[in-house]
Design a protein around this ligand. Structure first.
Ligand SMILES: [Fe+2]
Length: 140
């Protein structure tokens, strides 16, 4: 992904703007590197209810509670077609990697999954108690 501002500093600044009575705080960290996502999870542990990654389109199997009380997963995965390559038509993506010039790929069709997580949070203090992956596969 192209360079951006420091997400750790920005997250820190943004969390300080949230009123104290807002207990349930969810952070969608849209990023590529798993190490950065994990670091953000630990950076925000105890300050938000959940940190969940997105962008790679591939659900990871590392959902857990980062003590004290932050639900974490490196990537939730996408809702879209798993028949192709991260949601796009597989032959067009292969062509992009093997031929020049690359052309725009279309969305893949079929084998649609819904990927998500369910996070149980104590509403009184915002602490996450449990995180469960949810994956619904629909074969056409
Ligand atoms: Fe993305």
């Amino acid at each position: 992904m192209p360079p951006v501002d420091d997400p750790f500093r920005i997250a820190d600044e943004q969390i300080k703007l949230i009123p104290d009575d807002v207990k349930i705080r969810l952070v969608d960290f849209h990023a590529e590197a798993t190490s950065e996502k994990y670091a953000m999870g630990w950076f925000l542990a105890g300050r938000v209810s959940a940190v969940y990654g997105s962008h790679t389109h591939v659900p990871t199997a590392d959902e857990r509670i980062l003590e004290p009380g932050t639900a974490y997963i490196t990537d939730v995965g996408m809702t879209g077609s798993y028949a192709g390559v991260i949601g796009m038509e597989k032959n067009q993506i292969i062509e992009r990697f093997t031929k020049f010039p690359a052309r725009r790929a279309e969305h893949a069709k079929g084998d649609v999954w819904i990927c998500a997580v369910v996070v149980e949070v104590d509403e009184t203090n915002g602490e996450a108690k449990k995180i469960t992956q949810l994956r619904i596969e629909h074969q056409e």
